[in-house]
Design a binder for this molecule. Structure first.
Ligand SMILES: [Zn+2]
Length: 247
């Protein structure tokens, strides 16, 4: 889905049951730089390639991947992207999130307890896949740490907003030119309504609510939720409502 001259939402179907199974990566570009925000589940490289082609921005032009946070559905195909690109692709994340993405610390939500809970409900084939994934989750080195309020000087300016809560080093991205907020998992859209993050999937709910408050400081016209997609209905007012419980 094209949101602005240089912004495309890549809608990728997955096997996940969350939010209709669709995840929403964002592609942003200018004359010199092509940026992908988040990298899908494992084994989605081919889908990412096709979605980029359909957007008219070939995969081989990709320069940078910004990771909003460490979860498996956001870093899954990152190692494949880096391996398959014909040139070096820069990876960016918040410093707090780097040790997890790089595999120096175990991914917060991929612990034994969670695995066991999941396995109970899965058919045998998926069960084996899941066990293998937990035993050896995707990892990749991060080249550049980004910080709160930093403006990345490409694609019309991309402002980093540090929004811990869903994970300790979660970031949102604000596109200065098009007034689009890429939320990662700091917010979700459910049946067309913008909602707070799901407490069950949130590492620190207090922090997550404080982070929502931060988002109210930006003039936002459009929101892209990784889970739930595009939301455009009086965004600033809705954000005020969602953040009000954080007072
Ligand atoms: Zn997610």
């Amino acid at each position: 889905m094209r949101l602005a001259d240089n912004v495309e939402v890549l809608e990728l179907p997955t096997q996940s049951s969350v939010q209709g199974g669709i995840i929403h990566l964002t592609l942003i570009w200018d004359d010199k730089t092509v940026v992908l925000v988040d990298a899908g589940f494992p084994d989605q490289l081919q889908q990412i390639r096709e979605a980029m082609n359909n957007a008219g921005v070939p995969f081989d032009k990709l320069d940078k991947v910004i990771i909003t946070h460490q979860d498996i559905d956001h870093i899954g195909s990152l190692p494949d992207i880096l391996r398959e690109s014909p040139h070096k692709v820069e990876v960016l994340s918040h410093e707090e999130e780097m040790p997890y993405i790089e595999g120096r610390k175990p991914l917060i939500k991929m612990n034994r307890e969670r695995l066991l809970k999941m396995l109970v409900s899965l058919p045998e084939e998926q069960r084996q896949r899941m066990e293998a994934l937990f035993a050896d989750p995707p990892k990749a080195s991060v080249d550049t740490a980004v910080a709160d309020k930093e403006v990345l000087p490409y694609c019309g300016g991309i402002t980093v907003i540090f929004t811990p809560g869903h994970t300790p080093g979660h970031i949102c991205l604000y596109l200065n030119q098009s007034k689009i907020l890429i939320t990662g998992d700091a917010l979700v859209a459910v049946d067309g309504e913008l909602q707070r993050p799901n407490p069950q999937a949130t590492y620190d709910m207090d922090a997550a609510l404080k982070s929502l408050k931060k988002l109210t400081q930006y003039d936002i016209e459009t929101v892209i939720c990784y889970h739930g997609g595009v939301y455009r209905d009086s965004v600033n007012e809705r954000l005020e409502e969602l953040a009000s419980a954080a007072d």
